[in-house]
Ligand binder design. Structure first.
Ligand code: GLY
Length: 283
């Protein structure tokens, strides 16, 4: 059974009807196109990369184009891809001046050394056919100048293909105004993880996701025979005891979905198909 779930971050859109509607429409389009890729190619990997690339290219999300600026006014992006069947994690941390960090994670999935950071990650991309690209948008520049008001970010996708392969992918511009060089959860196994049984992509405050080891913990519990629903509920319960603020999208090898969030978080901006229609955070 083929399945796909995507997210465009988390936060509060209460009272911002136009923004919520715009995000709903964007998520529906991206879900539809990415699911088409899943059906046509039969590849969970291709669907995840396609979905995350589209999310990175839409400036309303905090990833790729539209990434938030760090305290020194520079954009540094992070992304990861996890192949659940082959147990292969790859990613970039604080890469600069490229358009699609998820493509860098894909490229690194074929290398012996699968995670690169900072200037060396950028250099690797530029030496391997990536074009120089400025992901800063006027809106993000304005937010930075006003001390970073705006919604939370991070985008992600998890897919299951007919061959039973699960891939997860996550990409982020960070939290905005962070200490330059801060490492987000997204390009760690706390934020992005998959096995043959389940896959997870997280969104929210990176430090808290990392402290909980959220994605790898959920997947490990499913591996140990706990249902996806109970595995997510347990991580949420553990995280709520610290009043943490994050959420996640998940799916398992039977095609079950879960969208989880801690009590402190307002909502996760997700999209999936429930068999009847595309469901998002709005419907
Ligand atoms: N979850 C994204 C970040 O904290 O950077």
């Amino acid at each position: 059974m083929e399945q796909l779930i995507i997210h465009g971050g988390a936060g509060i859109l209460e009272g911002k009807t136009a923004e919520a509607q715009k995000m709903h429409e964007s998520l529906c389009t991206i879900w539809e196109e990415s699911f088409e890729v899943l059906k046509k190619t039969g590849s969970a990997q291709k669907a995840v990369i396609h979905g995350v690339r589209m999310l990175e290219d839409d400036p309303i999300y905090n990833a790729g184009t539209g990434s938030k600026l760090q305290a020194d006014g520079q954009v540094r992006m992070s992304a990861a891809l996890m192949d659940g069947i082959n147990n292969r994690f790859s990613g970039v941390i604080n890469v600069q001046n490229i358009r699609n960090p998820i493509e860098a994670a894909e490229l690194l999935s074929k290398e012996k050394h699968t995670v690169l950071s900072a200037d060396q990650a950028t250099e690797f991309c530029l030496n391997n056919g990536f074009s120089n690209y400025d992901p800063i948008t006027p809106v993000r520049l304005q937010e930075f100048e006003k001390k970073c008001a705006g919604i939370h970010g991070t985008v992600g996708a998890v897919a299951l293909d007919k061959e039973g392969r699960i891939f997860s992918g996550t990409s982020t511009g960070g939290i905005g105004c962070e200490i330059p060089g801060r490492v987000s959860d997204s390009s760690t196994v706390a934020g992005t993880y998959s096995s043959a049984k389940a896959g997870v992509s997280c969104t929210g405050i990176g430090e808290q996701i990392t402290q909980q080891g959220a994605a790898v913990k959920i997947v490990t519990r499913v591996e140990d025979g706990i249902t996806l629903q109970d595995s997510v509920a347990k991580v949420i319960q553990e995280s709520d005891s610290f009043n943490y603020l994050f959420g996640m999208i998940c799916l398992d090898s039977k095609g079950n979905f879960e969208v989880g969030k801690t009590s402190a978080l307002n909502e996760v901006y997700y999209a999936y198909h429930d068999g009847e229609k595309i469901r998002t955070f709005l419907n």
